[in-house]
Ligand binder design. Structure first.
Ligand SMILES: [Zn+2]
Length: 95
């Protein structure tokens, strides 16, 4: 299903220009228990409803940003540029 996703830098573009980066969540503190890191890496809410997720504009500005989207109908409620720079172009930035 195609829909328009508004990049904070480039404006609305077809979703096929982007890479989905997963649900936005807080990175565990260094030294956190293994179970906390396992949950961070593998557990997903996969909610039918409003989701805050990372997106990478791979065919545009090549920047990561977050978008709040209703997964039931792909209505994008908000998109924002991150305040923390990414560590690597292939990874969403931590927050
Ligand atoms: Zn862009």
């Amino acid at each position: 299903m195609s829909f328009l996703l508004p990049c904070p830098q480039c404006g609305p573009r077809d979703v096929y220009e982007f890479r989905y980066g997963g649900e936005a969540q807080r990175r565990p503190a260094p030294g956190s228990p293994r179970s906390t890191w396992t949950a961070y890496l593998y557990d997903r809410t996969n909610a039918a409803g409003v989701e805050d997720a990372w997106w990478y504009h791979r065919l545009g500005c090549k920047r990561w940003f977050r978008a709040v989207r209703d997964t039931r109908d792909n209505t994008v409620l908000k998109s924002t540029a991150p305040t923390v720079p990414p560590r690597d172009a292939n990874d969403p930035p931590g927050d």
